[in-house]
Design a binder for this molecule. Structure first.
Ligand code: G3H
Ligand code: 13P
Ligand code: ZN
Length: 318
């Protein structure tokens, strides 16, 4: 059942984080639903602009509606990931999305505020929740001076001003992560000092962590052993998710790790079955592996096992 992102945040704040997983196709959708129902976790389905145009924007909506029937126990929100104004308005108009992200973080502060404010007005008029981003995600090289690295991170004072002036419902903060499989070159990691300062200025306000794949080293090793070339891939330490949740992070975005599962399964399968050309056997393995991966991530996020309490809070009958 689709629920609003806001309700998920209310239930999770300070206790656990909701996994926000990107989907692009049928196999990811099936694995995602199965993994979340198996681990009894609420979740957020993220659809990026790229995913919407991969086949047709209506295809993923259709898949989600069907999965909702196949897995009647699932409780989830549907979210536009990294939208621009145009895609936000399109999703708001569609009536299918629980929330949209307007990502104007590449603009200057005032333009980011003005753009976010316009999207918030349009979304709230339809009861849709808005996430915005402040600061710049991106790999921070180890040799970069702290002052230079900090310049890219979310400024806690600006975060408070941004939230107040835009009326946004949640804020994606840059606290040291980046998108993709190559996040860190050395010992860098999550900047809990910055996160603590943001939460002090915005107590009770839902924060979002992008770029949160952990890029498991055993996964990378298996991919490379099966012909891949992912030297130096490195991600976020997912044993730190619960600490981030206690500091106000209610949504943690994970996409790359799922792509790594897909890559490992397909590389290994075709290496072991050079004669193979049927997409179903490998697709079945992927769905099962993806479900396992999602369930174990939900354990790390603390969202596993929360479904019954959430259902009671929402007074939803399964
Ligand atoms: O943050 C971006 C997500 O990983 C989605 O990636 O735009 O290639 O679909 P994508
Ligand atoms: P990863 O690339 O770390 O999976 O981040 C995904 C993300 O932030 C989607 O918005
Ligand atoms: Zn992101």
């Amino acid at each position: 059942m689709i629920v609003t992102t806001k309700k998920l945040f209310e239930a999770a704040y300070g206790k656990y984080a909701i996994g926000a997983y990107n989907i692009n196709n049928l196999e990811q959708t099936m694995g995602l639903f199965k993994g979340c129902v198996d681990s009894k976790a609420p979740f957020i389905i993220q659809i990026s602009k790229g995913a919407r145009s991969y086949t047709h924007k209506l295809m993923l909506e259709g898949l989600i509606r069907s999965a909702d029937q196949v897995f009647p126990d699932a409780l989830f929100a549907v979210h536009l990931d990294h939208g621009d104004e145009e895609s936000c308005y399109d999703c708001i108009k569609s009536g299918f999305y629980s929330s949209v992200m307007i990502d104007a973080s590449g603009e200057d502060f005032e333009t980011n505020i003005a753009t976010t404010r316009r999207v918030v007005e349009a979304a709230h008029a339809k009861g849709i929740v808005v996430e915005a981003e402040l600061g710049q995600l991106g790999g921070v090289e180890e040799h970069v001076a702290v002052s230079e690295a900090n310049a890219k991170l979310t400024d806690p004072d600006q975060a408070k001003e941004f939230v107040t002036r835009t009326g946004v419902d949640s804020l994606a903060c840059a606290i040291g992560t980046s998108h993709g499989a190559f996040k860190f070159t050395g010992t860098q990691g999550l900047r809990f000092d910055v996160l603590t300062e943001i939460q002090k200025r915005l107590p009770g306000f839902p924060l979002v962590m992008h770029g949160s794949s952990s890029v498991p080293q055993d996964e990378v090793a298996r991919i490379n052993a099966a012909g891949g070339k992912l030297q130096g891939a490195k991600g976020v330490d997912d044993t730190q998710f619960k600490r981030a949740a206690e500091l106000g992070v209610t949504k943690i975005n994970i996409d790359t790790d799922g792509r790594l599962v897909w890559t490992r399964v397909h590389r290994e399968y075709f290496l072991q079955h050079p004669e193979g050309f049927d997409l179903r056997p490998v697709g079945k393995i992927f769905m099962a592996e993806y479900a396992k991966f999602i369930a174990s991530k939900n354990e790390k996020l603390g969202s596993a096992g929360q479904l019954d309490a959430l259902r009671a809070m929402l007074q939803v009958v399964a």
